[in-house]
Design a protein around this ligand. Structure first.
Ligand code: ATP
Ligand code: MG
Length: 565
């Protein structure tokens, strides 16, 4: 039996209907009737393969194709996927093209795509609602690009897409009617609680969803004949379907293993099929690695921690290999179909990475993420990448880790990803920080959560408002708390009272404790909710706001987009 058969690409089976839907969506974009096509299915069913078909078809139909692929580790990079889509075409464009694409509202995308503020006069993101302006800018940028040639934006693995990019894709998807622009997106089934933006995109009535099914016995038989190069007994086909459920990826892994063992697709071979993968595909992948030289497995483990897009140099250091050893190990991994090497390295399939990563012991995982953070930091990699590894390590009271997580949280917040910022700050608190830094981080966490609209913001903000030592922080927390309680109808009344009641959050004796200003702000929402009755001594609204603004200026309170001052 020829094991090299596994390296040959297999014909696309039983996807005529899906390919026709893709073709129709691309044709629609070519005629100025854009839309969004979502391919949703379980891991290994063949979504990426269909995206490959989409790219080829789109190219053949004269569409410009821009693509991106999310990865689990990069989920924390705000607008990472959007940048993958547009950054290269923008950087490589002639200056005339670039100017056209960034003309008008398209210029609002500049900050997201290049990190540089939008040029020229007019309201830019820094002057208004950051998130909306950026989404609007990205839509117009894509729309301007599509004026040159119909455009296909192809995104794989939406289930790992960073939230701001998912929001941008959903924004674009809702405005495609009449545009020569099509989105083709692949995703595993999504949990709306974990990925609300991406789930909203899939659920949108304007999105067309394609759900490829597992392969039927006829196609499985064809795959077996192709890989094992022999006549196939129907019992062998049935055994393969029982083990894999007709999932093309699992079938491929199973048949690779069968070929490596010299198994014939006969009725006696059928009895052995179930024992090949007693613990599922993980075994098949790990077995495949075990057959290679030991350095290949070591390198694969390091690569699984670095995730897709790893630099060979980083992997070499992390695996503690010499350069020559890495070269040999990499060649073995590539020829075994485990990784694809290019400028950077990626696993040929996410399930492979998950299988290798899942096989690491907790201690090994901890050690590797710890070392990966140090290696990336040393090389001057973007701090978001370093933080992604720190997030996977156990807390260790490391002040550098705390500082890094705070910086990356600020970056995330500046890009409108408040959820990510809150996760980073929460981890920074777990580290834990030095006692002196804790209140500031707690306040930042509360503000990030408030920005994300999460009621969990109440606890950290209340703690600062009630027990903070720094009067500026106490005031900032009280004001945010007040706004939050006003806009969060579900917040329990007890929490509102704890903020509003004079003497609870605003201690008499503290510099702001007795000030009518902070009490006025904290209690105003309550008064309004109780039917708008105002005490006689309350100043009119405008006066209160003006006083508040003056006070903020005088005390240099931090500005925040959701605070009225
Ligand atoms: N219809 C098909 N006919 C033959 N082979 C297929 C088919 N669909 C997928 N395959 C093969 O199965 C393997 C897995 O496919 P693919 O990577 O597209 O899965 P996926 O759905 O994207 O999985 P994941 O969710 O893990 O990314 C690939 O080797 C692919 O070539
Ligand atoms: Mg895929």
């Amino acid at each position: 039996m020829d094991t090299s058969a596994t390296a040959r690409p297999v014909a696309l089976l039983e996807r005529e209907h899906e390919v026709e839907q893709i073709r129709a969506a691309l044709r629609g974009a070519g005629r100025g009737r854009g839309g969004a096509l979502i391919i949703e299915a379980a891991p290994g069913i063949g979504k990426s393969r269909l995206l490959g078909e989409s790219r080829q078809l789109a190219g053949a139909m004269g569409l410009r194709v821009l693509d991106a692929r999310s990865t689990a580790l990069e989920q924390g990079f705000p607008f990472g996927v959007v940048r993958q889509l547009f950054e290269r075409v923008l950087l490589e464009a002639e200056s005339g093209d670039r100017e056209r694409w960034l003309a008008g509202a398209g210029g609002l995308a500049m900050e997201v795509l290049t990190g540089m503020p939008a040029a020229g006069p007019g309201p830019g993101p820094s002057g208004g609602d950051f998130g909306y302006a950026w989404l609007h800018g990205l839509y117009w940028f894509a729309s301007n690009l599509a004026v040159d040639a119909p455009l296909a934006l192809v995104v794989d693995d939406l289930q790992w897409c960073d939230a701001p990019s998912a929001r941008a894709l959903a924004y674009i998807a809702r405005r495609l009617d009449g545009q020569p622009l099509v989105l083709v997106i692949a995703t595993r089934p999504l949990d709306p609680a974990l990925m609300p933006e991406a789930a909203a995109l899939v659920a949108d009535a304007l999105s067309e969803v394609v759900r490829p099914a597992p392969l039927t016995p006829a196609a499985v038989r064809e795959l077996i004949a192709d890989r094992l190069l022999a006549d196939t007994d129907h019992r062998f086909v049935r055994a393969c379907i029982e083990v894999t459920g007709g999932n093309p990826f699992l079938l491929g892994e199973l048949l690779d293993e069968a070929a490596a063992r010299g198994l014939e697709p006969t009725s006696s071979g059928a009895a052995e099929v179930a024992s090949i993968v007693p613990r599922g595909v993980t075994n098949a992948v790990l077995l495949r690695l075990a057959r290679l030289e030991p350095t290949a497995a070591v390198l694969a483990r390091a690569l699984s921690v670095l995730d897709d897009g790893a630099h060979v140099g980083d992997a070499t250091q992390l695996a503690r290999l010499a350069r020559a050893e890495t070269e040999t190990a990499m060649a073995a991994l590539v020829s075994a179909g485990v990784v694809e090497a290019g400028e950077t390295v990626r696993f040929t399939h996410p399930i492979l990475r998950t299988a290798v990563y899942g096989d690491l012991s907790p201690a090994e995982r901890e050690r590797l993420h710890h070392s990966a953070a140090a290696i990336l930091r040393e090389r001057g990699a973007p701090r978001g990448q370093v933080a992604a590894h720190v997030m996977q390590t156990e807390p260790a009271s490391d002040p550098n880790a705390v500082a890094l997580l705070r910086q990356v949280a600020h970056d995330a917040l500046a890009l409108g990803d408040a959820d990510r910022a809150a996760a980073l700050l929460s981890r920074a608190l777990d580290e834990p920080p030095a006692d002196g830094d804790r209140p500031a981080i707690l306040l930042e966490l509360g503000q990030a959560l408030a920005h994300a609209g999460a009621p969990q913001a109440i606890a950290p903000l209340s703690e600062i408002a009630e027990r903070g030592e720094d009067p500026v922080a106490v005031a900032a927390a009280a004001i945010d708390l007040s706004s939050l309680l006003f806009f969060t109808p579900a917040a329990p009344l007890r929490e509102r009272r704890s903020c509003a009641a004079p003497g609870s959050g605003f201690r008499p004796g503290s510099p702001l404790g007795g000030s009518s200003r902070s009490r006025c702000w904290a209690s105003a929402p309550l008064r309004r909710r109780r039917g708008g009755r105002r005490r006689r001594r309350s100043p009119p609204c405008e006066t209160r706001a003006a006083r508040h603004a003056t006070c903020c200026r005088r005390r240099r309170l931090p500005r925040s987009p959701w605070r009225r001052c």
